[in-house]
Design a protein around this ligand. Sequence first.
Ligand SMILES: [Cu+2]
Length: 171
Amino acid sequence: MRIGNFRAYLIVAVFSLVYGTLRFSSTLQAAHILDRRSRVDLATLHLQGEFIESNLGAVRAADGSVTIHMIAEKYIFAPACVTLPAAVPIQLRITSADSAHGFKIAGVEVKTLPGSVTEVHLRFPAAGKYEFYCDEFCGPGHHAMMGRIVAVPENEFQAQISGRGVACGQP
Ligand SMILES: [Cu+2]
């Protein structure tokens, strides 16, 4: 083997190793493989557990914290629109019902995979509408897969809230 060829192979091998390692570690991170709270059973996703339909959307806990539960599914986010208080720490727990999906919102990259729960912490500094679009190609309807967060002032959120499920802006 010529020295030139060997160097070329070596460079390709090193780049492949680095790329593969990065891909693997980001997949591990997205899947939260070691965390039991991050696993969901796809077969019962809509029937039991934290992602049943009545639990989707924003919920304010007794301690004042706000959690969103969301499902990504070809080609929708459910719920498609969530109203939240602005300037409050938000915990988003999201899972996928089918394939990899993802989006970026409030400066945070969100990736979701079937069978696992991704948890991210968000904060919407000001009232307003924040739209997000799926950025993992997931099929022919991918281009139309979008969702919306409507951040409202705290007093407005309090006025709207009635347990869980608050009104949301029209598309
Ligand atoms: Cu997509």
